[in-house]
Write a protein that binds this ligand. Structure first.
Ligand SMILES: NCC(=O)CCC(=O)O
Ligand SMILES: [Mg+2]
Length: 328
């Protein structure tokens, strides 16, 4: 290695053309997955207060959003239901309703926009009256019994047109169980993106507002989601999900966990995704709306950082905005 003055690291930085030539990472529309909130009704575009610019959409509007995504070159959208309290129950039965909001939305979107990838979230929290991701008995979230329901939820979602099943529940063993049932039901072509390292994070607040879980959730999720203090455990979680058949893995939240993304990518080399969660979105936008950060620049930088950390793609509420910026 040569040293100064033979080496001047500022030399290639001196002009735009040169910076472009030595740039190590790029962010493109292919990196984006757009999470969308769906709600019962028609012609509804209802703002989520804690996420300025994000709306809950009725199915017809979600179809429009899917068209917009396809036009912008966004490869995939992820759907999350806002479930009214009346449809929530102790066991989250609505998850197994073939014609629930999410399954109907997927059918409508597949029909209207067949070219877009559809990611379906698997977990019970949108459907339980207690807001936990699984069945609860004596104050404990049951693992194996919950997995038994998640496999059924997954098959129904695959039947409705899901291209990617994304279990976000963090139960042990669910990836293998879901893979087996999907294959048996004739869905061996349907992918699984495992929320492998999902942390019990304080950054999910605005999402719970968006899906109507605020005030519903009793307690916390620390007995199944990961401790933010742990790194090695994330590697074990990812290792197990890959062994059980995950096609890709996810780290969540994103920006506070870039170290985990890097380590997972370096260790396994599998398709690795990150979720820039609602709290990250809210944080960046709140500062931008106060004039404290330059919105476009900070959003692009935040997403480029995921790519630099090794992510192959990012679930982000900024997806349409960023696609517009990237498309110029
Ligand atoms: N299963 C999906 C999420 O929990 C999303 C969290 C967020 O955006 O805060
Ligand atoms: Mg796990």
């Amino acid at each position: 290695m040569t040293h100064f003055p033979a080496t001047r690291l500022r030399r290639p930085r001196a002009s735009d053309w040169s910076r472009r030539m030595v740039r190590e990472t790029a962010l493109t529309c292919d990196d984006l997955i757009w999470p969308i909130f769906v709600k019962e009704g028609t012609s509804i575009t209802e703002p989520v207060k804690s996420m300025p610019g994000v709306n809950r959409l009725s199915i017809d509007k979600a179809v429009d959003a899917a068209k917009e995504a396809a036009d912008l070159g966004i490869p995939c959208i992820a759907l999350f239901p806002n479930t009214p309290d009346t449809l929530r129950s102790e066991h989250g039965d609505e998850a197994l309703n073939r014609d629930n909001l999410i399954n109907n939305a997927m059918r409508a979107i597949k029909d209207a926009v067949p070219s877009i990838g559809l990611l379906a979230d698997v977990a019970l929290d949108p459907y339980t009256s207690h807001g936990q991701d699984g069945l609860v008995q004596d104050g404990k979230v049951l693992n194996d019994e919950t997995v038994g329901i998640l496999v059924q939820q997954s098959v129904l979602q695959a039947e409705a047109g899901a291209d990617i099943i994304a279990p976000s529940d963090m139960m042990d063993g669910r990836i293998g169980a879901i893979r087996t049932e999907l294959d048996k039901a004739g869905f061996s072509h349907v992918q699984i993106m495992a929320y492998s390292a999902k942390y019990a994070s304080a950054f999910y607040g605005p999402f719970r507002d968006a899906v109507g879980s605020t005030g519903v959730l009793k307690g916390d999720k620390k007995t199944y989601q990961m401790d933010p203090a742990n790194r090695l455990e994330a590697i074990r979680e990812v290792e197990q999900d890959i062994a059980e058949g995950a096609d890709s893995v996810m780290i969540k939240p994103g920006m506070p966990y870039l170290d985990i993304i890097r380590e997972v990518k370096d260790t396994f080399g599998v398709p690795t995704f990150a979720y820039q969660v609602s709290g990250e979105y809210a944080m960046l936008l709140a500062a931008a709306q106060n004039g404290w950060l330059a919105e476009d620049a900070v959003v692009l930088e935040s997403l480029l950082a995921f790519k630099r950390a090794g992510a192959d793609g990012i679930l982000t509420y900024f997806a349409p905005k960023v696609a517009r910026l990237l498309n110029g």
